[in-house]
Design a protein around this ligand. Structure first.
Ligand code: KIV
Ligand code: ZN
Length: 408
């Protein structure tokens, strides 16, 4: 059976990066963009060019570097915004201008101080100008899920008439519920899109922890692009997590017969790269990429998994890029094995430094059954050990975890 394709629009470098404490410099953004391209995303939203010189430079650099994906630049509906986005995308192989304006009465009255008629006109002008600059224009109705539906449909119809071929329905404040969101997307599909060649996109925030569920409900209702981020980073509680959407579609293809171009074995390395670039560890119980996602601690689980992994595993660690690590490290392991593992993780140490860390390691191994890579990194940070971080290509940082004594 041929499956319909869902486009994955990654906004880690825009919505993700704009959340406090997660900023990346230009070099880091380009490195992340290269990895996103290797992961197989369809669109990289690289920034909001008018917001700063740094964002402009990052969008330009990603556009110059990533030739096989679409590179999107965000802008409001004001003319200078649109022109700045177009300028940043000048060298893109596949440029997309993503313009947005709020459509809820709340935002119109208190934020924009505009009437509904004015916002309609702003939409028409911005999309028209964007289409003069690039072939592909996406229009987003900010706060769509709290907007009057008839008005929302009118704005989308205006954007399409002006040349937008992707219309995005953001749940900006993470407020909607799956059944409700699915109804909204269906209504937009029936009332606005019809049989036109226009893609419905969704962009869900996670304030109620429903971003992924809402995105999947929207796909079921007709959305064919999902906007998401690695590790679910983003404004406030974050955006829908890319890895969770990709694996839900893969593992539950029986319920949702769609496919993405995501190379799922690149999910874990991508998650680890982002985590190291923004210096923010992934929550251990995070679905798909958390260090406990495939760990079976309870004896009864271990027994089941050893007899047949299907008892408790709905996907393999390898399928998301977590290779099984056969290296066994326990309190009887030697300094050499420990130093080798650190080298794999990207840390080179002098013999006297190994001695210091080894003492900490054995003391931890006395107290803790399993020692994960994250524990090893924490041991380095716990003290004053000076270590040299090896270049990325030498390291297999985070590719696996270390089991103390015997284990799963
Ligand atoms: O959350 C939101 O509404 C956005 C738009 C700019 C798409 O990020
Ligand atoms: Zn957002």
């Amino acid at each position: 059976m041929t499956k319909e394709r869902i486009a994955v629009f990654d906004t880690t470098l825009r919505d993700g990066e704009q959340s406090p404490g997660f900023s990346m410099n230009l070099e880091e953004k380009v490195r992340m963009a290269r990895q996103l391209e290797a992961l197989g995303v369809d669109v990289i939203e690289a920034g909001f060019p008018i917001s700063s010189e740094g964002d402009f430079a990052a969008v330009s650099a990603v556009a110059a570097e990533c030739r096989t994906v679409t590179v999107a630049a965000l802008c409001r509906t004001a003319e200078p915004d649109v022109r700045r986005a177009a300028a940043a995308l000048k060298h893109a192989a596949r440029p997309r201008i993503h313009t947005f304006v709020a459509t809820s009465d709340l935002h119109l009255e208190y934020k924009l101080k505009k009437t509904r008629a004015e916002v309609l006109e702003m939409t028409r002008q911005a999309v028209t100008l964007a289409r003069e600059c690039v072939e592909e224009v996406e229009f987003s109705a900010e706060d769509a899920t709290r907007s009057d539906i008839d008005y929302l449909c009118e704005v989308f119809a205006t954007a399409i008439a002006a040349g937008a071929t992707i219309i995005n329905v953001p749940d900006t404040v993470g407020y909607t519920m799956p059944v409700e969101f699915s109804r909204l997307v269906r209504r937009v599909r029936e009332q606005v899109v019809g049989d036109r060649n226009v893609t419905i996109s969704v962009h869900c925030h996670d304030d109620l922890g429903l971003a992924v569920a809402n995105s999947l409900a929207a796909i079921d209702a007709g959305a064919r692009q999902v906007e998401c981020t690695i590790n679910g980073i983003g404004e406030r509680a974050g955006n829908a997590s890319l890895e969770e959407i990709a694996m839900a579609l893969k593992v539950r293809a029986d319920q949702l017969p769609f496919e993405t171009a995501i190379r799922t074995e690149q999910l874990y390395p991508t998650s680890q790269l982002l985590s190291s670039l923004i210096a923010c560890p992934v929550q251990p119980n995070k679905a798909i990429v958390g260090r406990n996602a495939f760990a079976h601690e309870a004896g009864i689980h271990q027994h089941g998994v050893l007899s047949n992994p299907l008892c408790y595993e709905i996907m393999t660690p390898e399928s998301v890029g977590v290779p099984a690590n056969n290296l066994v490290l326990g309190k009887h392991s030697g300094r050499h094995a420990l130093a080798m593992r650190y080298e794999d993780l990207g840390y080179a140490m002098q013999p006297d430094e190994v001695d210091v860390v080894y003492a900490r390691f054995t003391s931890l191994a006395d107290r803790k059954k399993r020692i994960y890579d994250q524990d090893l990194i924490a041991l380095l940070q716990a003290g004053t050990v000076v270590h040299e971080v090896l270049p990325a290509e030498t390291a297999t940082a985070g590719k696996g975890w270390v089991h103390a004594a015997s284990g799963v």
